[in-house]
Design a protein around this ligand. Structure first.
Ligand SMILES: NC(=O)C1=CN([C@@H]2O[C@H](COP(=O)(O)OP(=O)(O)OC[C@H]3O[C@@H](n4cnc5c(N)ncnc54)[C@H](O)[C@@H]3O)[C@@H](O)[C@H]2O)C=CC1
Ligand SMILES: CCCCC/C=C\C=C\C(=O)C/C=C\C/C=C\CCCC(=O)O
Length: 267
């Protein structure tokens, strides 16, 4: 089990919702945490709140839009200057916007790739790094389709595939870095509150009842429950390439078939 005392963590999308919960559970377990978010006001307020609660200089906020390569790189350098190292990197920032779908891809998928590659370059043993762990936040919609949000679903499938492929690369090439994914069902955060909006859902608004019936099948989780899942993926040294599915009735590591299950067809 990885002990978090003295470790340095980075969490994107940390100003509210799941990211705030992830940052807090890492602080409670002894890590220092760099908070990254596009929302400067909420991020700075959270930095003050966390430093009061967990000790001066345990957290620092960095304004970063994960869709910007430059902002991400600059912040990473500043984090290294302040904290000296990065051991844990959680790519959590994500949005739902089916209308501005290229923006959604740039944040939800490309943002995860940007963060992961920055962390990997620093952590990789072949670069003189000390190893570490990266956790990418996907969704249950990264394992099965959410009809109202095809682009969001595509980005989350992308996050799962990217995580699994890179975890395998890490194992084969011995990077010394573990890379895992989280796949929670609906979680009570502002993301869900803002969902009933034509601005974000566009042409798929008519499918709202279908989503509501799905939400009955997967009742909402609380941030605190999902945060315990993050802690598991960070601490358990045996987990690399793991996808943790989280639902109200329990969490579990997803098994992927070694062979492609298929029904034969005549061609
Ligand atoms: N709430 C839910 O039901 C579920 C959420 N997720 C995923 O969990 C992650 C976090 O979601 P929530 O906490 O629910 O959302 P949220 O909307 O409550 O929080 C997202 C945070 O990300 C920040 N953010 C947005 N765009 C950004 C950007 N370009 N750069 C940096 N920060 C940015 C926001 O300012 C906000 O603080 C997302 O990746 C989401 O897809 C996964 C499954 C279920
Ligand atoms: C296995 C089928 C896919 C199940 C997907 C389950 C949950 C995924 C949740 C998310 O990732 C994003 C969270 C919320 C957005 C989705 C719908 C909210 C709709 C609210 C409403 O219409 O009232």
């Amino acid at each position: 089990m990885m002990a978090l005392q003295g470790k340095v963590a980075v969490v994107t999308g940390a100003a509210q919702g799941l990211g705030k919960g992830f940052a807090e559970i890492l602080l409670q377990n002894g890590a220092k945490v760099a908070l990254l978010d596009i929302n400067e006001k909420a991020g700075k307020e959270l930095e003050t709140q966390f430093n009061e609660a967990y000790g001066a200089d345990r957290t620092h906020f960095y304004p970063v839009d994960v869709s910007s390569d430059q902002q991400f790189k600059d912040a990473f350098q500043k984090i290294l200057s302040k904290f000296g190292q990065v051991d844990i990197f959680c790519n959590n920032a994500g949005i739902i916007n089916e209308k501005q779908w290229e923006k959604t891809v740039s944040i939800n998928l490309c943002g995860v790739v940007r963060g992961t590659y920055l962390a990997l370059e620093h952590m990789k043993k072949e670069n003189g790094g000390q190893g570490g762990v990266i956790v990418n936040v996907a969704s249950l919609a990264g394992l099965g389709p959410l009809a109202q949000t095809p682009i969001y679903t595509a980005t989350k499938f992308g996050v799962v595939g990217f995580t699994r492929a890179l975890a395998l690369a890490s194992e084969v090439a011995n990077y010394g870095v573990r890379i895992n994914a989280m796949c929670p069902a609906f979680v009570r955060t502002p993301l869900i509150d803002s969902f009933n909006s034509e601005e974000q859902i566009g042409q798929f608004m008519g499918l709202a009842d279908f989503t509501r019936s799905l939400m009955e099948k997967f009742p909402s989780l609380e941030v605190e429950e999902v945060s315990k899942g993050l802690l598991l993926l960070v601490k358990d040294d045996s987990l690399n390439g793991a996808c943790l599915a989280m639902m109200r009735d329990g969490a579990g590591l997803v098994s992927f078939p070694k062979e492609i299950p298929k029904t034969p067809v005549a061609l």
